[in-house]
Every structure is written in C-alpha cells, then in structure tokens.
Design a protein around this ligand. Sequence first.
Ligand SMILES: Nc1nc2c(c(=O)[nH]1)N[C@H]1C(S)=C(S)[C@@H](COP(=O)(O)OP(=O)(O)OC[C@H]3O[C@@H](n4cnc5c(=O)[nH]c(N)nc54)[C@H](O)[C@@H]3O)O[C@H]1N2
Ligand SMILES: Nc1nc2c(c(=O)[nH]1)N[C@H]1C(S)=C(S)[C@@H](COP(=O)(O)OP(=O)(O)OC[C@H]3O[C@@H](n4cnc5c(=O)[nH]c(N)nc54)[C@H](O)[C@@H]3O)O[C@H]1N2
Ligand code: SF4
Ligand SMILES: [Mo]
Length: 740
Amino acid sequence: MNSKLEDLGKAGRDLLVKRDGPLTRELLLKPGQFGLGRLPSRLAAEQTTTMICGFCSTGCGLNLLLKGGEAVGLMPATDYPVNLGMACPKGWEALTPLRSPGRATRPLVRRSGRMVEVSWEEAIFEMVDRFKAIQEKHGTSAVAWLGTGQMVTEELAFLGALGKFGMGMQHGDGNTRQCMATAAVAYKQSFGFDAPPFTYKDFEESDVLVFVGANPCIAHPIMWERVCKNPHNPAIVVVDPRKTETAMAATHHFAVRPKGDLVLLYTLANLLIEKGWVDQAYVDAHTSGFAEYAAHVAKFTLADVETTTGIAPERVEQLAKLIHEGKRVSLWWTMGVNQSHEGVRTAQAIIALALMTGNMGRPGTGANSITGQCNAMGSRVFSNTTNLLGGRDFTNEAHRAEVANTLGIDAAHIPSEPSLAYDQIVEAILAGKIRGLWVVATNPAHSWINQAHLHDVFKRLDCLVVQDMYHDTETAQLADIVLPAAGWGEKEGTFINSERRIGVVKRVCRAPGEALADFHIFQLIAEAWGVGDMFREWTSPEAVFQILKRLSKGRPCDITGVVDYEALDRAGGIQWPLPEGETLADNERRLFEDGRYFTDDQRAKFLLAEPRPLPEPVTPAYPLLLLTGRGSSAQWHTQTRTKRSEVLNKLAPRELYVEVSNSDARALGVKPDELVNVVSQRASVQARAFVTNSVKAGEVFMPMHYETMNRLTFAAFDPYSRQPAYKACAVKITKINEVD
Ligand SMILES: Nc1nc2c(c(=O)[nH]1)N[C@H]1C(S)=C(S)[C@@H](COP(=O)(O)OP(=O)(O)OC[C@H]3O[C@@H](n4cnc5c(=O)[nH]c(N)nc54)[C@H](O)[C@@H]3O)O[C@H]1N2
Ligand SMILES: Nc1nc2c(c(=O)[nH]1)N[C@H]1C(S)=C(S)[C@@H](COP(=O)(O)OP(=O)(O)OC[C@H]3O[C@@H](n4cnc5c(=O)[nH]c(N)nc54)[C@H](O)[C@@H]3O)O[C@H]1N2
Ligand code: SF4
Ligand SMILES: [Mo]
C-alpha cells in the first residue's frame, strides 16, 4: 500500500495516511475540510429547513423537520413556487428509503466470485489499478462510465470532468439517454440550444393544453395539480394509445396508434395550413424552413390519417380547430414521444405546431418537454457527456478553449469528439473495445432495453464498478467493485427541474456505515488516480457551484447572477438563465418572449422527416404491441428506493402485471388476475393479467418497475438522439399451462 501512496499528490497523501490509519469516513467528515454539508454544524440549531425532493423532475420543495440537525420528518413546502404545499406519495416518503438494510455501507470487492467488505483505500486502489491496467493495455477509451440524472449537478460535473479530463476517458453517457436525449436533440436542432421554454405557471395560464405521450397524473402528479388549478376551464387533450389516468381526467382523448404521432402531427399541420390557421407574422419573423415544412406535410391528408393513426378524420379536424381557437395553447410531451425510433422528428413536429400557430413565448403557450428525473436538466447541461460543460460542443475548438481556461486545465485534456451514446458503449463492450465500466447512480441491469443482451455484455467486462446507495441492485449484483454512496438527503448540492429551476438539496441525514457522498468518492478517485491537482478548487459542492457559474457565463444557461445556495433558498429556487447584473423581478419565467432563438440567425427551425414503420411490428406469431412506462405514483423506476417503504409498497402491486384489453383477454381465454406468459422474440416472462379497457385490442401495457420486464423489449433507437424505443415491440400472451 505504501508504494501506491507514493503516487498520490500531497493532499491525497494527507487524506489517505492521516494518523497512519485506514481511510475512514471520520477522516473525511472533518468539519470544513471536505465540505460534506451542513450536518451537524450548519443546521444543528435549526428546527426546519427546506430542500428539493429527489425523485422526479417536478422538483417539489419539502420542509424538513430537524432534531439536532437531523431530519425526523417532512412536509411539502407551502411557499415554494413549484408545489404550493403539495407532494406525491414518493415525496412524503422520501426519508424512508434512506434507512434500509439494503443500503451499501462498506465498499465491496469480488474475490473468488464472492463480494467481500474492504476498506475504502483498498476499493479505490483496486478500481484505479484495474482501470489503469486496462487503459495501458487497450488505450484510454477502453474505460467508460454510465452516469445519471439523479445526482446533484455539482457531482455530475465532477464525474464528467474527472472521467474525461482527469482519467482520460473518451466515453461517458448516462441514463438521461434513456429519457431526455430526444428532447435535448430536438431542442438543440430547432432552437439552437437545449432549452425547455416553459414555466409551470403555463399549466395554469393555457386555455388549451395538449399532452402527447405523457401521463402526468402518475408520473408528474404535482404538475398535474397545477393543471387542476387552471382557472380558464381549459380544453385538455391527451394523445396516448392508452386511456390513462390523465386521459380519463382530460376533456379530449386521442387514442393514437403507437407511433402514429408523427403522421397525426403532420396531418394536423397540413390542416392548419390548408385552413389558413397559421400565424404567418410569427412564422415570417421568427422561424426558418416553413415553406419546406408546408410542402412536406401537404401529402398527409385527412383521407389517409385513420389508417396509420387510428384517429378518424373528423376528430383530427376537431383537434385542429381546438388548437386554432385556443388563445393560449401549450403542447407538452414526455416519454410517449421521446422513447421512439422517430422521437426527435416527432418532438419537432410538436415544436412546429407551436411555432406555426404563434404559440411560443407568451403565457400559457410553448412546445414543452417535461423532464423525468430530479436532475435530468442538470445532466443535460453539466454532465459533460453528450455536451461539453455548459451545453457546449466537444467538436468546437473555441468551446474547448473556454472550458480549459475556466477550469485552468490544458485544452489537450478535453476530447474533441463527443462520447459514444449508451447503446454504442454497450456495443463497444461487446466488441471488446471497452473493458472497464463505472456505473454511477443508475441501474442498467434492470432499466436498459433488451436485458438478456445487456447481461451477456456486462459479463464480458474486465472490471465493472458500481457506485450506488444499495448493494443489492440488479447491477450491483454483477459488479466487481461496489462503492457505497450517500443518497439524496445525505449530501448537498443543486438540482435543475423541468422548468429550469435550480433548487438546493441539503444534508439532513447521516449516511449509513462508511457510505460517502458521490462528491467525496470522486475526490478520492481523483487523488488516487494522481490528478488531484486538477481538482484543487473542487473542494465542496458549493465551491463547484461557483465553478459551474463561471462555466455558464455567456451561455443561454448563464447563472452568473445566482449568488450562492443561500440566494437560491431565499428565492424559492431560480430558473436559468440569470446573468450577472440582472435582478429576479419575476420568479416564474419562460424563454423566447422576444421571439429570438439561440440559432445563428436567431430563428427557430422547422425540421422534418418521412415517417418510418415500427422497428418491430406485430406478426401473426406475435400479434400484440407491448407498451411500457410508469405504473403508479408510488413506484420509482427500478424500485431500488421506493420498494424500501412499506407505505409505498401498499400503494402499488407487488408483482409484474400486464394490462390486456377485455376483447384480447376473452379471445385468449385469460381471466382477470390470471398468471400468464408474455412472450417476445427475446424472452418469456410471467405477469398477472390486468384485464382493462384502458388499453385497446391488440395492445398491452407493462410497467417498467419490475426486474423482468425489460427482457422483452426490442433494442431500437432514434437515429439522432440514440434514445431507446422502449414503448413498442411485438409480443404474444400465452396461458401458463399452454405448450407453445
Ligand atoms: N411515479 C413515477 N413518476 C415518475 C417516474 C417513475 O418511475 N415513477 N419516472 C420519472 C421519469 S425519469 C420520467 S422520464 C417520467 C416519464 O413520464 P411519462 O412519459 O409521462 O410516463 P410513461 O408512462 O413512461 O409514458 C407516458 C405515456 O406514453 C404513452 N405512449 C406509449 N407509446 C406511445 C406513442 O407511440 N404515442 C403516444 N402519444 N403515447 C405513447 C404510454 O401509454 C404512457 O401513458 O416520469 C417521471 N416520474
Ligand atoms: N421498459 C422501459 N424501460 C425504461 C423506461 C420505460 O419507460 N420503459 N424508462 C427509462 C427511463 S425514462 C429512465 S430515466 C430509466 C431509469 O433507469 P435507472 O436510472 O436505471 O433507474 P433507477 O431505479 O432510478 O436507478 C437509479 C440508481 O441510482 C441509485 N441512486 C439513487 N440516488 C443515488 C445517489 O445519490 N448516488 C448514487 N451513487 N446512487 C444513487 C439507486 O439506488 C438506483 O440503483 O429507465 C428507463 N427504462
Ligand atoms: S411530484 Fe416528484 S418532486 Fe414532487 S413530491 Fe412527487 S416525486 Fe417528489
Ligand atoms: Mo426518465
């Protein structure tokens, strides 16, 4: 061990050899030294503190009740502009998953097939030695990482900077690829920057709201509450193949055929143009490419619309009329659009409707992508994966120089190519090009598309490091090294929500055992890797926040005017942008009020494509189309967190189920609650039949929260965003006792 310590910089040496003892959390927790957070020193005397919820991107404010600086309970914040006193079950139960026996409390290393507990020192050096050995033999890009939209921005930026600039990795991506890549690319191409334009107030200010492939009643319940507060008796349109909870609460439901959206949106555009229902003044002043778009959509006529979309022509006319007559029309989309083989162009067809009807930049309008995870927006701007820090481009030399100058590093450390996308990283592992993988705060062995393939691929890795709050996740179980991480509530930093609002999270609980904040794990790895000097200024999340401010300077996401965490807290969160010198007159702001976009000519672009057939259409052998998504407001993704709460467990089914229409169930002879096989060309899994009219004949739905579900899905991707098309593949249902 001593010889290895020789390789460390001075600070790392101090860190690791202090008192000649092993590297323990006590050493790291020395107050002030590593800026772990405000526990107990800063919050000890307080009775309550506020912070942001760590599940979905709504970003609700919570009031934490403290005793001796530690949280003993929580309530939704009444004065936070996002949630106005409301929270969903996950928010109310947010503290429970922290106290679970499944928590990873000590680093683990696989020895002769078994995971054994080791010291931090041993785990970190094992990782560093093995990754370095891989890089020496196979090149620096033979090690990659998969990150997340569920860590604070300061940690995301640290991981991204450490991975690429410090450890020389070329490839790092994250679960935001599974989620927001389509919206990010669509905005970037159309608006010149990945900039969701809305503020939640728009939910209350519209007279027509159109939700495409979004089920906010389940996935964003507090955003839905904001819709319910709308005083204008709005028309609420839901475009979703299923009659979801949101569709039931809406005024109009369009049960589009899966991935019929693009044709539906083009037909709508054509109809609006034909009828002269276009805001030509807006189009002329603020957009480009409309003539080509109009020519393109001309062939999508009412006569053909029903065949592809399943929506009758008169209903399409009705929708066009609603949009035309609306004074303030807002269009919202989520995973029903993003997770598609043609997601980017579908999102842009939504953007096109908003542009051509002049529904941008005014209250209650916008082409609005709702994000997913608590910090999906933070990861889009600062994770240094697809984009260079601050929403810049790796391929742009000037951008690389800006980042190098701001961080005081040599520009040669910054890759000049963007990373491979998630699916390409998986394929590079298969090809033997990537041999070391570091998975941080995501659970691909459950959530990635086509699981059998992924499991097979992960087994080929020379070294898989998993950094997670729990030691028992599906991915941690495959790991060679597990690094135990502190979770939300056990560390501090900021999240950026769906409306671009930056909010603070705080340390109100002690992490169990030796679990460390991801931030500190990154510090240790930087030291052990020998690049601690590059991160001398990265002493605490709050110090990194100041670095992020500098990185944002002059960018559309400029936050140089946000002083610090305290200012964020005082304001009730602050939306980007807020450049230095500007004061926050209104804390619910939307973008593009002046009609100027971030493209070179300041115009928003109309972009288009030919609709393409489903990657895996149904066949006589696999006659049902499988849709997947969120099952209940009490379940979060792969359930590593929510399943630890008895309260949440009572609110959702414990077993995998499949929603089947009455007519399909009847034809198959399947009874309600019967255990059936759901079979795709890749796997067969068992599920309880939930016979319901919320799905149409020929379609079935399964929630993503159960381990086996993604064995069925078919790996297809959007060509521009490389986001997986989780929401359509061909399956059949067989009875358990049936031999097939
Ligand atoms: N309770 C809970 N809330 C969550 C999450 C969670 O795990 N649990 N996850 C968060 C995250 S990360 C995300 S990304 C969001 C996701 O939020 P949503 O996107 O709203 O949720 P999903 O259920 O994935 O998908 C939305 C709808 O798309 C529909 N759909 C499927 N195919 C199509 C299609 O071809 N066209 C159209 N128009 N619709 C289609 C599905 O039927 C589904 O109802 O939720 C966030 N909130
Ligand atoms: N079939 C199907 N599959 C899907 C989807 C779908 O609609 N259908 N949706 C996709 C979408 S939109 C998403 S976003 C993904 C989500 O997929 P994942 O990201 O894989 O899902 P999570 O369960 O949220 O995994 C987060 C992991 O991070 C850990 N964790 C939480 N907080 C911290 C922290 O602070 N530090 C560390 N180190 N670890 C932490 C949790 O314990 C958990 O293991 O799933 C995708 N998969
Ligand atoms: S809606 Fe989202 S942010 Fe709000 S309490 Fe629920 S999970 Fe947390
Ligand atoms: Mo997501």
